[in-house]
Design a protein around this ligand. Structure first.
Ligand SMILES: Cc1cc2nc3c(=O)[nH]c(=O)nc-3n(C[C@H](O)[C@H](O)[C@H](O)COP(=O)(O)O)c2cc1C
Length: 177
């Protein structure tokens, strides 16, 4: 074990954690839409309904995520790897008409597995990132296969044979296998 891990080790270690992939959209005060690919998304609380994700402080989209502003989290499907890479680009033109989004406010990502409409509840210091805590106002979800990210590559989720449904919000007793 290393007390002060170097950046490469940190990236590799953090990247060991498999995540889904989201695109978070919002709008700046001047109406300009923003969209950021983010795998730092996580659910936080059921009551009140809270989620969080982390945004690089150097992001050109940061002005869209101030307290009280609306944003939308879209969980991507396996078929949306190109969408993930599109919104991982710096600024450029992410919102060409008819491409990827529905032109709403905040913009909707076409074909996403799930959409969470949120408002920024609080912003917390997260070092070189800003921790964006969001209150969920509305959810919409569809059946589908999620896009997964691990070790710097995209992949697919495959349930284990005979996998049992687990309710992650509950505590478990007894034998599971
Ligand atoms: C799979 C993947 C996950 C990412 N997750 C995050 C994240 O959680 N937070 C973040 O700030 N950037 C993340 N990025 C990078 C941003 O998508 C990218 O820096 C951003 O869109 C740059 O544009 P902007 O400056 O307009 O925000 C991720 C990129 C990829 C490919």
């Amino acid at each position: 074990m290393n007390d002060t891990p170097d950046l490469r080790s940190l990236r590799d270690a953090f990247g060991a954690f498999a995540t889904g992939v989201t695109v978070v959209t919002g709008t700046k005060v001047n109406g300009e839409p923003v969209g950021v690919t983010a795998n730092s998304f996580t659910s936080v609380s059921l009551s009140p309904p809270l989620v969080l994700w982390c945004l690089q402080r150097e992001s050109t989209s940061i002005a869209a995520f101030t307290p009280g502003r609306a944003f939308a989290v879209h969980v991507l499907t396996l078929a949306q790897q190109a969408t993930a890479m599109h919104f991982a680009r710096r600024a450029t033109v992410k919102f060409a008409p008819g491409e990827h989004t529905d032109g709403g406010t905040p913009p909707g990502i076409d074909g996403a597995l799930c959409r969470l409409d949120c408002t920024v509840e609080a912003l917390h210091d997260g070092g070189d990132h800003l921790i964006v805590l969001g209150r969920v106002a509305r959810v919409a979800y569809a059946d589908g296969t999620p896009l997964v990210f691990q070790g710097g590559v995209f992949g697919r989720f495959t349930p284990l044979p005979r996998a049992r449904h687990v309710e992650a919000w509950e505590t478990f007793d007894g034998d599971w296998f």
